[in-house]
Design a protein around this ligand. Sequence first.
Ligand SMILES: Cc1c2[nH]c(c1CCC(=O)O)Cc1[nH]c(c(CCC(=O)O)c1C)Cc1[nH]c(c(CCC(=O)O)c1C)Cc1[nH]c(c(C)c1CCC(=O)O)C2
Length: 346
Amino acid sequence: MNALPTDPPLLAVLKGEHRDPPPVWLMRQAGRYLPEYRALRAEKGGFLELVYDPDAACEVTVQPLRRFHMDGAILFSDILIVPHGMGQGLTFGPGEGPQLTPPLQTADWESLTPAPGYFARIYETVAKVRAAIDPSITMLGFAGAPWTIATYMVNGHGSKDQAETRALAYADPAAFQSLIDAIVRSTVDYLSGQIDAGAQAVQLFDSWAGSLSPTQFERWVIAPTASITSQLMARHPDTPIIGFPKGAGAKLAAYAAETGVDAVGLDETLDPAWADAVLPPGMPVQGNLDPLALLTGGEALTQAVARVRAAFDSRPHIFNLGHGIIKETPIAHVEALMDLVRKPFR
Ligand SMILES: Cc1c2[nH]c(c1CCC(=O)O)Cc1[nH]c(c(CCC(=O)O)c1C)Cc1[nH]c(c(CCC(=O)O)c1C)Cc1[nH]c(c(C)c1CCC(=O)O)C2
């Protein structure tokens, strides 16, 4: 995939170009650390009310760009919209994280599929954002990866070690495979719809990839991700895919080599120098500032930013956090971060 002269910087880096300073966006860049987000959320009545209202979701997507001028706009939505579309109830209660009800029990996982047209409002948001932002900004779509989505569908909520889902995957691998296959199919259609609506690159969030043993990681993280990337690439050969297998640790190397993703997102626990050494030469990377360094600010932030930039100086790099921004993060620290990233490094 070669970058075009007209590609915005973030997209060019995803296609393999090196840029200094690196393009930057932040996972969870829209959200509760912004007073304008909290105000609109209160006015609309809740998180899902924002997600399913294309005008509101577009506004929330653009809010951080007005303040900080990131290089990427990420669709305001959630990975759990896919299980919601498949018919599970979804609530975001105050302070308790998302709940999917009832937890998945049906034996008929093969036929799980979102209602036709279910994601139309999400695609409308993508199109609205693409029309609202400058051509120098890259529009990013996303979805949860099958393993992570399955953990929420089976458990009904987030859990510390995903034990229930891991146990199910051992106890009845054939049934679990049919659930994963159903999520793969929905995810390909959902991301394809986002790309048709204007997403220029997409990210697969595998937030719980870290809980699997190496063989289970091959089967439930690498294989479904490879299936999604090959189907998406067949439909959209020029749209890069970023894989973010959070917590993958040493399994990152196999993930990068075997899934077919164009770029990998690194969480903050990975040593950038190690990652640089084990990843295929020239493969773009994204990350991996510790969100706690951003929360802390000051000299800790300055040093952490310099370390990340130095480690990835020689390959295509998109500056980002290693995980989502923490909601208590002061706005002044995000401003300081953007200044530090935009300064020439040498
Ligand atoms: C696991 C996961 C989820 N959602 C997501 C993941 C993968 C990344 C990760 O590991 O964090 C991904 C996600 N969630 C959200 C986005 C929007 C785009 C962005 O700004 O990055 C994205 C890309 C909005 C959101 N998703 C959520 C909020 C907060 C909702 C609110 O109360 O306003 C936002 C802005 C809620 C959510 N959604 C989810 C959880 C566990 C929670 C509760 C935790 C929390 O409240 O921070 C599921």
